[in-house]
Design a protein around this ligand. Structure first.
Ligand SMILES: CC(C)(COP(=O)(O)OP(=O)(O)OC[C@H]1O[C@@H](n2cnc3c(N)ncnc32)[C@H](O)[C@@H]1OP(=O)(O)O)[C@@H](O)C(=O)NCCC(=O)NCCS
Length: 219
């Protein structure tokens, strides 16, 4: 058994455009090949395109917030998450957009995936809510609490605004999300039947942090 590692000195902060080069690499390295292709970054040659894709939304969508966890001593970004906050009325949600720089079959796959994601999201996520779009911890920093720090930030924000939370969770993320009061809603995400992407689950957290333990809860 390897000796326990000391937890780095972490700080949570807003992502700035200058952080994006590191973040793009972190996201790519922390996802599977399939997930990386889905978000628009199948290999390192796509880093500049993917960086622009993030930046465009960051600079133009008022609902979009990126936060990161930094290892203070090393100055390295350990984890990153992308949140969307829909404060009033019907969600002002641009939705997932197809990857503009993909062509041919990749582009068609991307359009199909965005369509199914958006149709489904709009059916179930109807009022104002806080939404977690992406949550990634670098493989070098897993199980050190970085994901939890970002989740705490997100649920504190949701509770302060009296809003429920939604996530389309990967299998890998469900343990973390459940620890913060999210529970399975509606079963396996329906677009999985249409796209060959990894299994995903819709998970919801009630406003006020009220957790309803019910059948189908993530275990
Ligand atoms: C999911 C992810 C963000 C977790 O990040 P992390 O920084 O390692 O999370 P934490 O250290 O804060 O974990 C806190 C606790 O959450 C729970 N947890 C975290 N990951 C878990 C998992 N895969 N399964 C079950 N529980 C998990 C555990 O209680 C964990 O404590 P432990 O480390 O003692 O086991 C990270 O594994 C990751 O980036 N995965 C790949 C990308 C991905 O799938 N992201 C989710 C997309 S929806």
């Amino acid at each position: 058994m390897s000796p326990p590692q000391a937890r780095p000195n972490f700080v949570v902060e807003r992502v700035q455009p200058v952080d994006l080069d590191q973040i793009v690499e972190l996201i790519h390295d922390s996802f599977s090949q399939e997930e990386s292709a889905l978000i628009g970054c199948p290999d390192p040659s796509y880093y500049p395109n993917y960086r622009e894709r993030i930046l465009e939304v960051m600079e133009s969508d008022p609902c979009d917030i990126w936060i990161q966890v930094k290892d203070v001593e090393k100055g390295k970004i350990a984890a990153v998450s992308n949140w969307r906050v829909f404060m009033n009325g019907k969600p002002d949600d641009r939705g997932d957009e197809p990857v503009a720089y993909y062509t041919g079959e990749d582009r068609e796959d991307s359009e199909r995936s965005a369509r199914f994601m958006n149709e489904n999201r709009r059916k179930v996520m109807t009022g104002p809510f806080v939404y977690l779009q992406l949550c990634n911890t670098s493989p070098d920093y897993r199980h050190m609490g970085a994901g939890s720090l970002m989740m705490q930030w997100g649920v504190d924000l949701a509770d302060a605004l009296f809003l429920p939370g939604w996530i389309e969770a990967s299998v890998e993320g469900t343990g973390l999300y459940k620890a913060f009061g999210f529970y399975l809603q509606g079963g396996r995400a329906p677009w999985v039947a249409h796209c060959a992407h990894e299994e995903r689950f819709q998970v919801q957290r009630d406003r006020w942090g009220r957790v309803e333990e019910e059948e189908g809860v993530i275990r």
